[in-house]
Design a protein around this ligand. Structure first.
Ligand code: ZN
Length: 158
């Protein structure tokens, strides 16, 4: 399911995108009414730390999750209870703008990434909106590990 994170959940939004989940991150200027409307129109799960907002969503039958913790790890775990995380590896979606990434030819990417990266990495992805290149590294390894941990933690609870 697609997600809408409110203004307070920037880190969570970034991580959900890295996990491949279509995540709308609310700008500061959006009101609660705007958020409810976007969630309803785009059929997104509204995710917030604001009890009142969640209550209003539920009244309108908009699916919503109240995030009860400030720990990113616990927030991800909470999300994992509500939505299914894609099985394929991260780097399917830009963490900055939510645009789906495209795989790019290594020769083309080589001209646009640091030399050491160009030498040591085989696969590259590109965000056509941010014109940013992505590749697997320590950061994505951490994400993969985190997702695996979420899966096993949830399994233990079941
Ligand atoms: Zn982007």
């Amino acid at each position: 399911m697609n997600v809408l994170c409110d203004q307070m959940l920037g880190s969570l939004a970034t991580w959900l995108r890295l996990c491949g989940i279509d995540t709308y991150f609310a700008r500061e200027s959006l009101s609660d009414d705007d958020l409810l409307q976007i969630a309803a129109e785009q059929q997104r799960l509204l995710v917030s730390r604001d009890k009142q907002l969640i209550h209003r969503a539920q009244k309108r039958k908009i699916p919503a999750v109240l995030i009860s913790t400030t720990s990113l790890q616990d927030q991800l775990l909470q999300m994992h209870h509500h939505i299914s995380f894609p099985k394929d590896t991260p780097l399917s979606r830009c963490c900055i703008c939510n645009t789906p990434l495209i795989t790019v030819n290594r020769e083309l990417a080589k001209q646009n990434v640091p030399p050491l990266v160009a030498e040591t990495r085989k696969k590259f992805w590109y965000c056509p909106h941010c014109t940013k290149y992505y590749w697997h590294g320590t950061h994505t390894d951490n994400i993969i590990k985190t997702i695996e941990n979420l899966r096993s933690t949830n399994r233990e609870k079941d």
